[in-house]
Design a protein around this ligand. Structure first.
Ligand code: RIB
Ligand code: CA
Length: 308
């Protein structure tokens, strides 16, 4: 099974990504690392532990960066609710104990231990991975690949933070720039494809009988309401679960090797992922971007896995 570390800012769709990853029974999840993103780091960490308790899982959680490299944190309580998981799991008690190893040191340690075998799925701002690259540059040779939920490649102007920017990249564009230029093999699972995998009430009803039915229904209510009020669409995008699904089966998406850079200077387009489709810059491609997705198969798997 693929050895993986999942980097999260739990968050509603991060929680669903953890459910998908564990219930797929296709990943050897070495640990989950947390980072400041949707909500503050302590809440991210508690939420992640609560989701793992809901799963009755003993996967360990490693606390990471409490703020972006340079910018102030940009929280998204509007989307994820006051507690970061749509107001759910308040009845689940978890210890406030954290592992001695930081998220950054855990990533470095496991990359060194499993040279060429360890993959990462990052469904959050890239602060932890950027700090790990800075602390131990050799990890760029040791890490097998990174699947990143982030960015916007073809549909500029339809961002979810600035018109041209997606949250995970916008929240720490300097960190994303370090990762994008690192040389690690990577696949960018951007809004262009994650928005095609909308979880609707119909899908949620199909989850009846799953031990996670109530959690998915209740936790996504805030997210679904936000999506309808802001974009007029019913349902919520399964951004983070799709990144996990792509690590498991890249055949779900149509990819293209492209040179992608990140805007870190502009106030108007900070965090934009700029894809050089026509190779105007004459630079070697540094990642695979996703141009299309078989969202029906993905959603079918999401429901199938959570009903196990
Ligand atoms: O833009 C969507 C991404 O930002 C998702 O990872 C969501 O959880 C937020 O972190
Ligand atoms: Ca996330």
């Amino acid at each position: 099974m693929e050895k993986v570390i999942i980097d999260v800012d739990t968050g509603i769709d991060d929680a669903l990504a953890i459910l998908y990853a564990v219930k797929s029974n296709k990943l050897d999840i070495l640990g989950i690392t947390t980072v400041c993103g949707n909500v503050p780091i302590d809440l991210v960490t508690v939420n992640t532990k609560k989701v793992l308790k809901l799963l009755d899982s003993n996967i360990k959680v490693y606390k990471g960066a409490s703020q972006p490299l340079l910018r102030e944190p940009f929280y998204e309580f509007r989307v994820h609710g006051d507690n970061g998981i749509g107001g759910t799991l308040n009845d689940i008690e978890v210890s406030s104990e954290i592992e001695d190893l930081s998220a950054v040191d855990f990533i470095i340690e496991k990359a060194k231990q499993f040279k060429g075998e360890l993959s990462l799925v990052t469904v959050a701002p890239l602060t932890n991975l950027a700090l790990a690259i800075r602390k131990e540059p050799k990890i760029v040779e040791w890490i097998k690949k990174v699947v990143i939920m982030g960015g916007l490649v073809s549909e500029a102007g339809t961002g979810n933070t600035l018109p041209t920017s997606e949250f995970n990249i916008f929240a720490d564009a300097e960190a994303a720039k370090i990762v994008f230029h690192s040389g690690i093999p990577m696949t960018l699972v951007s809004l262009d494809v994650t928005r095609k995998g909308m979880l609707t009430e119909k899908h949620i009803e199909q989850l009846k009988g799953s031990p996670f039915y109530e959690f998915v229904r209740d936790s996504t209510e805030v997210f679904r309401t936000f999506t309808y009020e802001n974009y007029g669409e019913n349902g919520c995008a399964l951004h983070d679960p799709l990144a996990v699904a792509v690590l498991i089966d890249e055949g779900l998406v149509q990819t293209k090797e492209v040179y992608v850079d990140v805007e870190t200077k502009s106030e108007l387009s900070y965090g934009q992922t700029i894809c050089d489709f026509q190779n105007l810059l004459g630079k070697e491609p540094n990642m695979k971007i996703c141009l299309d997705v078989d969202h029906e198969t993905f959603l079918h798997r999401f429901i199938e896995y959570l009903k196990r």
